[in-house]
Write a protein that binds this ligand. Structure first.
Ligand code: ATP
Length: 200
């Protein structure tokens, strides 16, 4: 099955991840999306309010179930959770069997582009990985601002429906006692409420 891997903290998984990855998969001819939840995101600050991995995984499973019936199959791979320490995409791609002749397809949002050249072993990672970049509201892509190391990705932008949802916004709404209806699958919303996630 032609597979597109999608890494992130998924704290929590939200409709932006689902709508955009589905659209990216369809335009790239992928049959399967595989979420790769990170153990500890490398570039997020220490103050980042990260839910327990068990919860993030449970929510991802619910989200996969919510996508049943769509033309793309959704699954998850816990490869990064089996390693300790920071989750470097380079290690993950090597673990997934990426080689220069068999590159791993990896989906990222446009907000990652300005930082991508700082990713661990980026030059080696680029040899093993075919990145696909989704547009994201609030993060217009200006290639002149992108580090020359990763400018080769200019042809790898996939148009997706602009979806102005972030996990930060969802966590903030929960802290403020506001509804997150419509921002996450209904089963994920119920899970968050039941387990009182993201409430200080
Ligand atoms: P946070 O707000 O906590 O930083 P996030 O909403 O950006 O989280 P992540 O789990 O960090 O979610 O994102 C995983 C991947 O999905 C990243 O590559 C990110 O750029 C991308 N992404 C997340 N939300 C969107 C969106 N609404 N549109 C396009 N790409 C997105």
């Amino acid at each position: 099955m032609k597979t597109l891997f999608f890494g992130g903290s998924f704290n929590p998984i939200h409709r932006g991840h689902l709508v955009c990855s589905l659209s990216a998969a369809k335009s790239g001819g992928f049959e399967k999306i595989v979420f790769v939840p990170s153990h500890r995101p490398v570039l997020k600050s220490r103050a980042y309010d990260l839910a327990l991995v068990e919860h993030r995984v449970a929510m991802l499973m619910l989200a996969c179930q919510s996508m049943k019936g769509s033309s793309v199959h959704y699954d998850l791979d816990l490869i990064e959770l089996h390693r300790s320490g920071p989750s470097y995409t380079y290690d993950t791609v090597v673990g997934l069997g990426g080689t220069p002749d068999h590159k791993i397809d990896w989906l990222i949002g446009a907000d990652q582009l300005l930082n991508l050249h700082r990713w661990y072993r980026i030059s080696d990672l680029l040899k093993l990985t075919r990145f696909w970049i989704m547009q994201r509201p609030g993060y217009p892509i200006d290639w002149s601002q992108v580090d020359p190391l990763v400018r080769s990705l200019q042809n790898q932008v996939v148009p997706v429906p602009p979806t102005d949802i972030s996990a930060t916004q969802i966590r903030q709404k929960i802290r403020d006692g506001q509804s997150i209806e419509g921002l996450v699958p209904e089963t994920v919303r119920e899970y968050i409420l039941t387990h009182r996630l993201f409430i200080p």
